[in-house]
Design a protein around this ligand. Sequence first.
Ligand SMILES: Cc1cc2nc3c(=O)[nH]c(=O)nc-3n(C[C@H](O)[C@H](O)[C@H](O)COP(=O)(O)OP(=O)(O)OC[C@H]3O[C@@H](n4cnc5c(N)ncnc54)[C@H](O)[C@@H]3O)c2cc1C
Length: 302
Amino acid sequence: MPVGHTRVCYHEKDVEHFEQYAIDARAYGLELEVLHGKAMFERFPFLGREVLAASISPLDGHANPRLAAPAFGRAAARLGAQVIENTEIVRVEKDGDRFRVESARGDVYRAAQLVICAGAWATRLTEQFGEGAPLAVSGPQMCVTEPVPYIFKASMGVFTSIKQESIYFRQIPRGNIIVGGGPAGPADAATSRASVLPHNTVRQLAQMRRLVPALAPLHVIRVWSGVESYLPDSEPVIGPSSKVDGLFYAFGFSGSGFQIGPGVGETLAELVDTGSTPIPLDRFSIQHFAKEPAPRQSIVTS
Ligand SMILES: Cc1cc2nc3c(=O)[nH]c(=O)nc-3n(C[C@H](O)[C@H](O)[C@H](O)COP(=O)(O)OP(=O)(O)OC[C@H]3O[C@@H](n4cnc5c(N)ncnc54)[C@H](O)[C@@H]3O)c2cc1C
């Protein structure tokens, strides 16, 4: 649901960025409203007084991934897709003009086209076609507070180049406030485990107090993380293989795959179906990594 998303900033250079970004985004049909000072505090009286400007995107929204992702799966099934869960693919190859995909159980699937979109585990499959990418994994840090009256319909975050400050929050109708952002924690693709470092939560809460001082007394009732994959420039790989016809990739979403996933899916579906898309994908080609080996590593920033 389009309930809005507001980004705020604490630094003059970021105010200038907001102004320019609003102009640039308009060319793509995205209307952003930028507010400062008195007008901003009238609209958002709860903001901390260090906030200099707010960039408001009224058509943005937020959703629960545990509900939204399976809903996409059910919608695909209604349209005829066969969704096979809990099945690890261990071997992929091209056999004549078709792909042969084999699961850990030994089940074999064949298809004329193949999309590898296996998140932090994608290069285990892409490397079987001789194409890698320097994927690193880490765990975004999340926490959720006790419920309070539901007043924040839109989500809100801090735009900044200082990692520590870059937190965001959204409130769900039940009243709990979900907080994310800031430095990541450790994650391991081999064990599929990621954890939350307690000091990261404490620092998130300090930044929350700065952003919305009235939220300071809230208790955190749960924390969580997950294995997310990152590429060096924080841009994903999206598009066709540079080596194998009929093979496509989409992975390395670097912390924003929930946001752009539906658009990426639509673009890839068009590409797979028609062989082309008006969305320029060269910027996201796996060829950028053609000369680089693909060391698997974990990144933790604190
Ligand atoms: C804690 C946390 C908070 C986040 N917050 C946000 C946010 O606020 N906004 C946002 O936009 N993004 C957010 N993200 C990032 C977002 O969740 C990811 O970018 C997105 O899920 C990536 O989608 P994906 O399909 O590429 O990978 P994934 O969601 O990781 O899905 C990959 C799937 O492939 C499966 N798979 C892997 N290997 C195989 C195999 N060999 N055989 C079969 N299946 C396989 C995996 O089991 C998994 O189900 C967050 C991530 C985490 C962890």
